[in-house]
Design a protein. Structure first.
Length: 202
């Protein structure tokens, strides 16, 4: 009887923790209007082989403005000004640009920098691992570029995002030096193609 009681307590505690993770995600979308962090991204193939590791910085301001600046091993800049998304491959001096409505949709950037959750994603709390509380977000639109995404919080702080794409490849972004509601300059979300760059409209 005692074992059954303890098992029940543990089960109830897990349910509370999972509910808290969902609440934390909803509070993040509702209350955090801007933010910045450093990140390390690890990409793993469907077979489990580690493909590459990259790092850089991330900034966002709701609604729908964000900046991913990859520094290593290659420089790449991804900027949304709220209307368009610009991708600059520095080595190639090539810029691709598309309308935000076509680029965003049910994507990780939409969840991190967008203003809605339930419209684009089905949400489910996941077990905590190594001090991080996880929520899985599955796109309601089933023919997108990725299958699912997990968002991890350490307390109220954004800690990680794990993306499973349509080919079974996993990308884990781990955040550090995270600052919520940071004051960010408007220039962070403006992009002007550099002189001589090959600009491709998509």
């Amino acid at each position: 009887m005692r074992a059954l009681f303890i098992a029940c307590l543990l089960s109830c505690s897990a349910l509370v923790a999972r509910a808290d993770a969902l609440d934390t995600l909803r509070e993040f979308v509702r209350d955090v209007k801007s933010g910045r962090a450093s990140f390390t991204q690890t990409v793993t193939s469907a077979e489990g082989a580690k493909a590459r590791v990259s790092s850089g910085s991330f900034e966002f301001a709701r609604p729908n403005r964000f900046r991913f600046a990859y520094a290593r091993p290659f420089e790449q800049l991804i900027v949304s000004d709220g209307q368009k998304v610009w991708i600059h491959d520095v080595d190639l001096n090539q810029v691709s640009v598309r309308k935000l409505s076509a680029a965003l949709g049910a994507t990780p950037a939409a969840l991190l920098a967008g203003a809605s959750l339930d419209k684009e994603f089905e949400l489910a709390a996941q077990p905590s691992q190594e001090g991080i509380d996880w929520v899985q977000a599955t796109p309601r639109q089933k023919d997108g570029a990725f299958q699912s995404m997990r968002i991890g919080f350490r307390g109220k702080e954004l800690a990680a995002v794990e993306i499973l794409d349509s080919f079974g490849q996993r990308s884990l972004l781990q955040f550090s030096q995270y600052a919520a509601n940071a004051t960010l300059p408007e220039s962070s979300f403006r992009f002007v193609p550099p002189s001589g760059a090959d600009v491709i409209e998509q």
